[in-house]
Design a protein around this ligand. Structure first.
Ligand SMILES: *Cc1c(COP(=O)(O)O)cnc(C)c1O
Length: 452
């Protein structure tokens, strides 16, 4: 949790997947969200945190949400629901993991008497959720890189309206993938990594995936699981959220289909069709949090479908670095296809979907959620099945796209309105590793003491 990325550049995964029997899953029915969250995540936490303390941390994290159910379901069709994950402090699903992670990290560092420097890249929503969750925490300085001019005004303001001294917002002159490459390079410089005690909170941090597995259980159980097969359509960028759905399935939750919903940045849909994973250049869309070509968490799925063959994953990642592509083996592709389907939804279709929901059922969806709805529509459902689309952002985060598709502006929740009026604070830096490293070194409070 504190390290984020492993020292060899790989991603951490649990040694084994905890298992829930159908009766354990059925017993989640009617529980408050934080109780279900505690039961699911305790399996990963083990003895590292006492049960009562962990239960209290989970309760505190979800008390920051505006909705009593934390992650409520709204029915939008005879067999289709939206799982609204945007009732947290920054109105995107990232809050669900970040509010928990900030508290868990704070606790761990306090017990060790240590400080860390968090560095992260954001395509929009992670940054806001991270700075909100970590602002003012004593043991942590946080530096969040976003692609300059490529996140929405609201997304930028949600980061830059936070002015606590331990928060550093940096606009990089480049794309999200450039930002992510800079972060990876900082971590791969082991001397720098140690000197600044670097830590990561972007979606490669295992604790975030853990926190995201919970709502797959609560949603499926609310709709009749484990006796009813439920499918999920997940607006996807970095593959973190949909990987969490796969984890829930591996833990015993019966899911029938996992739909990877992508915008024009469709590397995952193309990979499912061809077995050929090849990033292209990033296209800016109305769903910027999914404007990603290198989906970091896909590496975790590659590990599973190669039957946990670390050497094979390493050689695939080297292929990606050297030749710019990965060729999946037939058996690997077959295992992915057994669980996942992928659909690419373009911006016109996204806008039409927002318009249709708005006109037909007076529901205002944000563009990311709309990509998920449009992808779900392409799936034929068995008569009794349920389809859950993940509502990943509140429409007020993307007012322009929503207003132009639906002819009216979404309501702005009070906490967002307050932030939109606040003064902004951020720095623009070139896409340059050495300059960035200097910037961090000058500002973090986490410089390791020289050995005496
Ligand atoms: C982060 C984000 C996504 C993509 O989630 P991944 O875990 O990166 O695949 C989708 N929608 C919104 C609104 C997001 O903030």
């Amino acid at each position: 949790m504190l390290a984020g990325l492993a020292r060899d550049g790989g991603l951490y995964v649990p040694k084994s997947w905890p298992q829930f029997a159908p009766d354990d899953i059925a017993a989640f029915a009617g529980l408050p969200y934080e109780e279900a969250a505690y039961r699911v995540m305790r399996e990963f936490v083990g003895d590292d945190i006492g049960d009562q303390e962990f239960a209290r941390i989970v309760r505190d994290a979800y008390r920051t949400f505006d909705h009593p159910d934390v992650a409520p379901l709204t029915k939008i069709g005879s067999q289709t629901w939206i799982l609204e994950l945007f009732h947290g402090p920054t109105l995107a699903f990232k809050d669900i993991a970040m509010q928990l992670l900030a508290r868990l990290m704070d606790r761990a560092l306090a017990r060790r008497g240590e400080r860390v420097t968090i560095v992260g890249a954001t395509s929009g929503d992670t940054g806001g959720a991270a700075v909100e969750a970590f602002a003012g925490r004593e043991a942590i300085d946080i530096f969040i890189l976003h692609p300059h001019g490529r996140v929405s005004d609201v997304q930028r303001r949600q980061m830059t309206c936070i002015t606590e001294a331990n928060v550093h917002n940096i606009a990089i002159e480049g794309t999200f993938d450039d930002c992510q490459a800079l972060v990876k390079a900082l971590f791969n410089d082991l001397a720098l990594r140690d000197r600044l005690s670097l830590a990561a909170v972007n979606s490669i941090n295992w604790a975030r995936i853990m926190a995201q597995t919970v709502y797959y259980f609560t949603a499926a159980v609310a709709l009749g699981a484990p006796d009813r097969a439920v499918s999920f359509s997940v607006p996807t960028g970095n593959f973190g959220d949909i990987f969490a759905s796969y984890v829930a399935a591996r833990m015993g939750l019966p899911v029938s289909r996992l739909v990877i919903a992508t915008n024009e940045n469709d590397i995952l849909a193309r990979t499912l069709a061809s077995g050929h994973y090849q990033p292209k250049s990033v296209i800016a869309t109305t769903s910027p949090s999914m404007d990603i070509q290198v989906s970091s968490n896909f590496e975790r799925l590659l590990f599973e479908v190669s039957e946990r063959n670390g050497g094979r994953v390493q050689s695939m990642m080297e292929d990606l670095g050297e030749s710019g592509a990965i060729e999946l083996a037939p058996a690997e592709l077959q295992r992915i296809r057994a669980q996942f389907v992928g659909h690419r939804i373009d911006q016109d279709e996204t806008a039409q979907t927002i318009k249709r929901l708005c006109e037909e059922i007076d529901y205002i969806a944000d563009p990311h959620t709309a990509v998920g709805v449009a992808a779900a529509v392409q799936e034929e459902l068995e008569p009794d099945a349920a389809m859950v689309v993940l509502g990943t952002a509140h429409p007020a985060k993307f007012p322009d796209a929503v207003a132009s598709a639906c002819g009216k502006a979404p309501n702005v929740p009070v906490r967002l309105a307050r932030c939109l009026q606040a003064e902004e604070r951020y720095e623009v830096l070139p896409n340059d590793l050495a300059g960035l490293a200097d910037y961090l070194t000058q500002r973090t409070r986490a410089i390791a003491e020289p050995q005496s």
